[in-house]
Write a protein that binds this ligand. Structure first.
Ligand code: SF4
Length: 469
């Protein structure tokens, strides 16, 4: 059997695209291998969102290109956001790469593997969005899967290159989303994580007869038989639809977890960032969500060091974080991307100043997260067991409803026997800044054999403290 190795970089949306390519490869009879030195073809699905992510992508490509010199690898394929963004430069500067695919070209991997493809296969980024009938091999922990609601973004945030590399928003039809949810559940998932670039804008681009409210789609997904947790990501801080709030507050399977990147909190900064609202609206949204949704976990992201950010504006952001006391927040240093409108702004913040601001804000968030985690000690909660921890294969880890896969912390199970894919009752006995330790309180229900996990190397952007985009 012919062998192929994948590396997936960047965000979870890229991860879904990698999983589609895995589906294309396995459907074509290829065997996925864990180690690049065993592969005839190596695919790197890149990220090109900010400077650090670009560097990581380039380093990874060069590292894997070494296997061509050793003679084991016959073809190196680079796909995703970096090749979508810089096709010409990469083609010129990376002669060792055999094929380039863009961010919407996952299905073209079949041509590459068939041997009939041209070198450059970077198409229009707005051409494709995954559908329920596309092949896909889920690589996440056994009982959890990402589900894309839409691709692309219609907003014009000054610092963000996403609309250029992912194209305008294309929402999937509600029936197609539900069909994929059913397929994922049939494959063993009990947690579905709904993602897009701008989730509150879901459906706005669809024809009137196909348009459905986000709340209606979320409800239909949550009502798929076998689903235990549905989680939403990337909610823009607009006034949130009351029907969605109602769902969050009352639907037993819609997890009270809001992921809402706020980016900043000072009015003048939000204006320079072209966010379309000010601090008051953000405060109102946070207050409304906190008051309406019992036990809400709030995750957000901020950028510091954006052009024009004064010390006073940064201080206002710090004050806002103190006020809001988010359960999870990640802080990025502004990355000056040449094709974004923020690049043209004056008042660039020195790198060291931005790094210091990021460090201090993250230290504050660490303290808040620690306090929030400590308050959970003694509580009993449902934990979705994910599998053995990195510490030891006999120590299992999982997540409670307030911890999203791959980006938040974990609950380590110190006592009792648990298996991946089980939902168990756990009492929290210890807390650290990001993680918790718990003891099993229940007897396991008979559970189906866990789905076999496909090996996929996922790099970057998915640890507790950082995430691209
Ligand atoms: S930051 Fe988010 S909402 Fe703004 S342009 Fe980028 S993807 Fe769209």
């Amino acid at each position: 059997m012919r062998t192929i190795h994948f590396v997936s970089l960047g965000c979870v949306k890229n991860r879904v695209d990698t999983e589609v390519m895995l589906g294309v490869a396995t459907g074509g009879g290829w065997r996925i291998v864990d180690e690049p030195d065993q592969a005839e073809v190596i695919v790197v699905n890149t990220c090109g969102f900010i400077g650090e992510a670009k560097k990581e992508s380039i380093d990874t490509i060069f590292e894997l290109a070494e296997y061509k010199k050793l003679g084991t690898c016959k073809k190196l394929v680079v796909s995703g956001c970096l090749s979508q963004r810089y096709p010409g430069q990469l083609a010129e500067q990376m002669p060792e790469v055999d094929h380039f695919l863009g961010s919407s070209d996952m299905m073209k991997l079949a041509e590459v593997l068939g041997g009939s493809a041209e070198r450059m296969l970077v198409g229009n980024p707005a051409d494709w969005v995954v559908t329920a009938t596309d092949p896909r091999v889920v690589t996440q922990s056994r009982a959890s899967a990402w589900l894309k609601l839409a691709e692309g973004c219609n907003r014009t945030c000054a610092f963000c290159v996403i609309p250029q590399i992912r194209g305008k928003q294309r929402s999937r039809g509600a029936d197609d989303i539900v069909a994929e949810a059913e397929r994922l559940v049939a494959g063993g998932a009990i947690e579905l994580n709904l993602v897009s670039q701008d989730t509150v804008a879901y459906g706005r681009d669809l024809a009137k007869e196909d348009r459905r409210a986000l709340a209606e789609v979320v409800r239909r997904v949550a009502d798929v038989k076998g689903v235990r947790w549905v989680r939403l990501f990337y909610l823009y801080p607009e006034t949130i639809d009351e029907a969605l709030i109602e769902l969050y507050a009352n639907h037993p399977r819609v997890v009270p977890y809001v992921d809402m990147p706020l980016q900043h909190a000072a009015d003048a900064m939000l204006k320079r960032m072209r966010r379309g609202h000010g601090k008051d609206r953000q405060k109102r949204v946070v207050e409304r969500l906190r008051s309406a949704i019992p036990g809400l976990t709030f995750r957000t992201a901020f950028i510091v060091g954006h052009p024009g950010e004064t010390q006073a504006e940064y201080d206002e952001l710090v004050e806002f974080v103190e006020w809001a006391r988010f359960e999870h927040a990640v802080v990025f240093r502004y990355s000056d991307e040449e094709t974004c409108s923020a690049h043209e702004l004056s008042g660039k913040v020195p790198t060291l100043v931005a790094a210091n601001r990021a460090r201090k804000l993250m230290a504050l968030q660490r303290r808040i997260a620690r306090e929030k985690n400590r308050a959970l000690v003694g509580r009993e909660m449902d934990v979705l067991v994910e599998g053995p921890s990195e510490e030891h294969e006999l120590v299992m880890k999982g997540r409670h409803a307030g911890q999203a896969p791959e980006i938040d912390g974990s609950v380590y199970l110190s006592e009792g026997e648990a298996h991946a894919g089980q939902m168990r009752r756990v009492r929290i006995v210890q807390a650290s800044d990001w993680d918790l330790v718990g003891e099993l309180q229940d007897e396991p229900a008979a559970s189906k054999a866990p789905r076999k996990r496909v090996a996929l190397k996922v790099l970057g952007g998915s640890t507790g403290e950082t995430r691209w985009q």
